[in-house]
Write a protein that binds this ligand. Structure first.
Ligand code: HEM
Length: 349
């Protein structure tokens, strides 16, 4: 499998490296332009994340790996039945925080703790964390590194439309526009009540895989909470999550999809069809009843860094969009931690 690129050649070409450097520079410049002088409630410098700055909450969880998985799945953190403590940060994707009712993509960032083994990032090779990043749509809206640069360049003028429909009709990007619109139009009841996908692929031993998370059977959102917290509340997603977790635990299924035929690694806009490549549950995420809606937890969420590259080599991110993320997540995280005067380190607990 792995047509287009073999997993063992998941390194950027020199031209791709140049484009990724350009993307990184554009993103850093934009973040400085928009937020260099921002301060928090105490008047201290506060530079937010470039993407997904609005957090609905950071919650503690347990990641319980299933026993007796088939051999193809028994790799890295899934290699044996065990339980990892975890943090999960739920977010809105838009670069500027807005009322939750506004169309947006929603993020779920999982950080497993106490994961042994050398990690991929040289500077953080001794970290004990393994991250998984997901959004609430199965596919990403940009195919490759060059297109990401073109999108950023159009968006920097304030209007990304020319990226989708420019001067040359033969190069209209209708497919990408459709993916973005479908992702943005989803109405959600609660961050805990919806399905998420990794969108981009990852290595799993000799295979390429994608991940997905969905509520476990029997953990549906109560209609009582929906009616108690109306969507007119600007932060209704946080309020509903807080109400759910004040009452009971929530369980989610963490699932893996093995790559099938005609399922590209290098183009995350193409859906890996579940009918021919079904997802298989490999772990349960249990979010215990808790109060996360506290200033100190929000501070911790702000200071954390999630990246798909916080990983064991067995789960290495694949494809050009992920290779871009290797550079960008680290540099944006470094920038905001430096401006905020906060040490950048993986949490110990
Ligand atoms: C080239 C493509 C992408 C770029 C350049 C990009 C960039 C970023 C950046 C700069 C951050 C903030 C990092 C920080 O300051 O700590 C971020 C956060 C995030 N991104 Fe991406 N992203 C890309 C693609 C994706 C894709 C395909 C997904 C799908 C799962 C995704 C999901 C997320 C999530 C969930 C967060 C929030 C993480 C958190 O809670 O801290 N991104 N992204």
């Amino acid at each position: 499998m792995y047509e287009q690129k073999k997993t063992n050649t998941n390194t950027a070409s020199s031209s791709e490296t140049d484009v990724i450097a350009l993307i990184d520079a554009m993103m850093q410049k934009k973040l400085r332009q928009d937020h260099a002088g921002d301060v928090d409630a105490d008047g201290k410098p506060h530079m937010p994340r470039d993407a997904h700055p609005k957090s609905h909450g950071l919650v503690r969880a347990e990641f319980i790996v299933e026993a007796n998985l088939p051999a193809a799945y028994r790799v890295g953190v899934f290699s044996e039945a065990r339980t990892f403590p975890a943090w999960i940060r739920y977010s809105n994707g838009a670069p500027e925080p807005a009322p939750d009712k506004k169309n947006d993509v929603r993020g779920m960032a999982i950080k497993l703790m106490g994961v042994p083994g050398e990690k991929v990032l040289t500077d953080e090779k001794n970290a004990l964390t393994q991250d998984f990043l997901l959004c609430n749509h199965p596919v990403f809206f940009i195919r490759n590194v060059a297109d990401y640069a073109a999108f950023l360049s159009a968006a920097s003028g304030g209007n990304p439309l020319p990226f989708f429909i420019g001067l040359r009709p033969l190069r209209f990007r209708f497919h990408e526009a459709k993916v973005l619109i479908q992702a943005l139009l989803k109405k959600i009841a609660s961050p805990l009540a919806i399905r998420y996908w990794s969108q981009t692929p990852y290595r799993l031993g000799g295979s390429a895989v994608k991940y997905s998370v969905r509520p476990s059977a029997g953990y549906e959102l109560s209609p009582r909470i929906v009616s108690a917290v109306p969507t007119t509340d600007a932060n209704y997603l946080r309020r509903r999550m807080a109400a759910e977790l004040a009452e009971d635990d929530v369980c989610l299924d963490f699932m893996v999809q093995l790559q099938g035929s005609a399922m590209p690694v290098e183009d995350p806009t193409i859906l890996w069809d579940e009918r021919s490549a079904p997802f298989r549950k490999v772990a349960t995420i249990r979010i215990h009843r808790q109060d996360f809606d506290l200033p100190e937890i929000d501070r911790k969420a702000e200071d954390m860094s999630f990246t798909p590259w916080h990983t064991l080599p067995e789960h290495e991110p694949l494809g050009g969009i992920n290779r871009t993320r290797r550079v960008v997540y680290e540099s944006i995280s470094r920038l905001r931690h430096t401006v905020n005067g906060v040490p950048r380190q993986e949490p110990a607990e």
